[in-house]
Design a protein around this ligand. Structure first.
Ligand code: ZN
Length: 266
């Protein structure tokens, strides 16, 4: 399936789902996100799939949401349509990743930005190529409060997340490793093999034990308020879209927003 830019590959018990629109730095269209979510639903129900890898072809994992996609931008016209669109495509689809009953490994390289940062960080594990950089510049570019899913403080720590989001800077793979945001950093040429090797090792474990282990680990975060915080930020994010600066940037169009940053929206 490549028409929406989703590449689906099987390696025995491992399913690899890849962003596959490298000419657009794997920016996520609405149709891509629908296809990815459908593939995750199918993988959840398929007992032969034991581990999922979420990857990206080409030089970049994902540069964020696709500002040139009409299906993404049209709902931005009113608060009502934006809330519906972003609740489904961004919040609910991210929570679908979080709730997958089997381990999901993000395999990232190059840009892991905005919407790409969100989906990678909703995965259980992250394997990063040395050239990976993480960013969420939308406070500065689109004048909205971060991306829709505020996973950042959970994976970076509160103080680092504040600097990252206030200033719109980048975090390198090495820095991400030091802060515990990624599990390992490997040379780019070894990225696919390292991710598959990790997936194969996990696939040896009992699927039921893995499912319950993941449920228990996720509940540990949820008892600390993970899910409520994700929901609360989503609503705050919607409010931020209605700010005067955000409306002005949106009216300037994709070029106005992209011109300020790195090609993705909030
Ligand atoms: Zn938004």
């Amino acid at each position: 399936m490549t028409s929406v830019g989703l590449l689906v590959e099987r390696f025995g018990p491992i399913l690899r789902l890849s962003h596959d629109r490298p000419e657009r730095r794997n920016a996520q269209s609405a149709a891509f996100l629908d296809a990815l979510n459908g593939a995750l639903d199918a993988a959840a129900a398929d007992l032969a799939v034991r581990v999922v890898i979420l990857a990206g072809t080409g030089d970049h994992f994902c540069a964020g949401h696709d500002l040139k996609d009409a299906d993404t931008m049209q709902p931005q016209g009113t608060p009502e349509t934006r809330d519906m669109f972003e609740a489904q495509r961004y919040r609910d689809y991210c929570l679908r990743l979080w709730d997958m009953p089997k381990p999901v490994i993000a395999q990232v390289q190059g840009a892991c930005v905005g919407g790409g940062f969100m989906v990678a960080n909703m995965c259980d594990l992250i394997v990063a190529a040395e050239d990976t950089f993480f960013a969420d510049p939308v406070v500065g570019t689109a004048a909205v409060a971060a991306s829709e899913v505020l996973v950042h403080p959970w994976v970076m720590g509160l103080r680092r997340a504040k600097e990252f989001l206030y200033g719109g800077g980048r975090v390198s793979a090495t820095e991400a490793l030091a802060m515990g945001m990624v599990n390992r950093v490997v040379p780019k040429e070894d990225l696919a093999a390292a991710s598959l090797a990790l997936a194969e090792r996990i696939a040896q474990s009992s699927p039921f034990a893995l499912r319950l282990m993941k449920r228990s680990l996720n509940r540990t975060a949820e008892i600390q308020g993970f899910r409520a915080a994700i929901d609360a930020h989503f609503d705050t994010h919607q409010l931020s879209h209605m700010g005067a600066d955000a409306q002005e940037r949106l009216a300037a169009g994709a070029a106005g927003i992209v011109g300020r940053g790195r090609g993705q929206t909030g």
